[in-house]
Design a protein around this ligand. Structure first.
Ligand code: TNX
Length: 533
């Protein structure tokens, strides 16, 4: 028996030696080839996906062809190439073509006859190539976001990564549920640079959002240059919450942001909050106060103490000038007039005020949108109400024939903390974990507001507690992809269990995009945060 034992030990050693040698020489395991389009983690989930169980590979021979020589289509092609080239290093070029290109390429074309709506698209992937088709350029842009998500997460990296760069084959037909899908960025409580604002735009574009609401004025700061009232920005923009240096966008910078957004099919909704939330303006111009005395600049976080003097004509001259200048540099259809928390404006003054201001917006060729309190007034044709708190106001808006933009604070406020341990944020409306943020439906949340009455969904990021873009990212991600899905995908196609798996697969994507996200324990992240898989 002892002999046998020795020989057993000997063969075990031999096996170990053989195995070690084999493992050292074996080629590095390459990633699995994506073969099943139906298993891909696309957010927002598309309307229909049919897998054909093979794959397409991007190679150094791949180029992007766009139909015809339209500058707009070439620009979309270039946007895609600029996303793919840094990480793949494949040197993908953008070319125009009158017909579908040969094998190995990506082709973007318009099809006016499809039932794809303004933002819908259809994507056909075969081993021979990728064909993205839409009725309008906006649809192509949305489809490009899907192409990004079908490639390995590392494609999002800004430095060269190892391939291969394959995507599963099949077809996708996709069309959004709601016309407006957006996020709000409060640059008034803390000022954020043009660069930060562009980063915000890039991140929401990746999830097919099409609207960014900029909260440009509040008690703590006025953030947009108005040439006819220069002290608004010069004085009113001087500080921020906590007493930092504040800042404002020049008109040139604002136009640059608007164009950057437009190039990503995102409409900017600029907001001038009034008659409350106006301390910065009241500090800049004494004549806007009923007592004619300028207020001190404010760096706290209380709300509801300020009001424009609604009885003075100069107030309306001021609003007319501000909205005229803002409308002239805003191609989108909306101007947001705020209207929330005007606690020191008497109701009998508030109502004629919001009625008159809606008229001013219309006179400059725009549609007014306001926080839900404006439904206390008489809503003018084309006015929209943004529901954040009071369901009676939302229902009242619908009764008046207006559509509602859904931003319920207890579900959609991205400045709400995830839980009691979250470093930034507030919790006056709720703690909003990633599941709670996702599990609701804008078409049924408020009895009396049906899906047909809903313009869309917007998730606001108030900035009292955040002053760095990394902090903003932490509050926004990973909730934002969920809001994007609520706005884009049919309620019947959404469920938390399926969504959380797809969201978990976006962890490596967030990392490759350099996003500082909150690694919620409710989600099984495909990577440990901070570690590359
Ligand atoms: C309420 S929402 C506000 C904002 C605050 C926010 C903080 C709304 C229309 N008004 O002024 O920044 O809460 O969560």
């Amino acid at each position: 028996m002892p002999t046998l034992r020795i020989s057993n030990f000997g063969s075990a050693l031999l096996l170990l030696a053989v195995l070690t040698t084999f493992m050292a020489c074996a080629p590095k395991k390459s990633p699995p080839v994506p073969m099943d389009l139906a298993q891909e983690s696309i957010i927002p989930i598309p309307m229909s996906v049919k897998a054909t169980n093979s794959s397409f590979e991007l190679t150094s021979a791949t180029d992007i062809y766009v139909q015809g020589d339209s500058k707009e289509l070439l620009k979309i092609g270039q946007y895609l190439a600029d996303k793919l080239n840094p990480s793949t290093g494949l040197g993908i070029a953008v070319k125009s073509s009158s017909q579908a290109p040969g094998a190995g390429n990506i082709y973007l074309s318009l099809n006016k006859d499809g039932l794809l709506g303004n933002e819908g698209y259809s994507l056909d992937i075969t081993p021979e190539g990728v064909h993205l088709e839409a009725k309008s350029p906006a649809g192509l842009f949305m489809g490009v976001q899907t192409i990004r998500q079908l490639l390995p997460a590392e494609v999002e990296s800004s430095s060269k990564q190892e391939g291969p760069w394959r995507m599963a084959s099949g077809t996708i037909q996709d069309i959004p549920t709601y016309a407006v899908r957006g996020a709000m960025f409060d640059v008034a409580r803390h000022f954020f640079s043009v660069e930060d604002t562009k980063r915000f735009i890039d991140l929401i574009a990746a999830y097919k959002m099409n609207t960014m609401h900029l909260h440009l004025s509040d008690d703590q700061g006025w953030r947009i240059e108005i040439k006819s009232w220069p002290k608004l920005a010069e004085h009113g923009g001087k500080t921020q919450v906590g007493g930092g240096k504040g800042g404002y966008y020049t008109q040139e910078q604002y136009k640059d942001i608007v164009q950057y957004a437009l190039d990503r099919y995102i409409t900017i909704i600029p907001e001038i909050d009034m008659p409350g939330h106006t301390n910065a303006a009241l500090a800049a111009y004494p004549e806007l106060n009923c007592d004619g005395k300028a207020r001190e600049l404010y760096t706290g976080t209380e709300v509801g103490f300020s009001t424009l003097c609604t009885k003075n004509e100069i107030t309306y001259k001021f609003i007319d000038d501000v909205i005229r200048e803002l409308a002239a540099m805003t191609p989108g259809p909306f101007i947001h007039i705020g209207g929330d928390e005007s606690h020191v404006t008497k109701k009998e003054d508030y109502i004629p005020f919001v009625n008159r201001v809606q008229g001013i917006v219309l006179s400059h060729g725009k549609q007014a949108i306001g926080w839900d309190e404006i439904a206390l007034g008489t809503l003018k044709k084309g006015a929209f109400v943004q529901h954040w708190a009071d369901v009676d106001n939302a229902v009242n808006a619908v009764k008046q024939g207006s559509k509602v933009l859904m931003s319920p604070a207890r579900k959609a406020y991205m400045d709400m903390q995830y839980d009691s341990t979250t470093q930034w944020g507030l919790h006056w409306a709720a703690y909003i974990e990633v599941d709670s943020a996702y599990i609701w439906d804008p078409g049924t949340l408020v009895p009396g507001v049906a899906q047909k009455d809903v313009l869309g969904i917007e998730a606001p990021l108030w900035s009292e507690t955040v002053d760095q873009i990394e902090e903003v990212e932490y509050m926004v991600f990973p909730r934002l992809p969920g809001y994007a899905e609520i706005g884009w995908s049919a309620a019947s196609a959404r469920n938390w269990d399926g969504y959380k798996k797809r969201l978990g697969a976006h962890g490596p994507r967030f990392t490759a995009m350099g996003i500082n996200y909150y690694p919620s324990k409710l989600v099984d992240w495909k990577e440990e945060k901070g570690k590359k898989n």
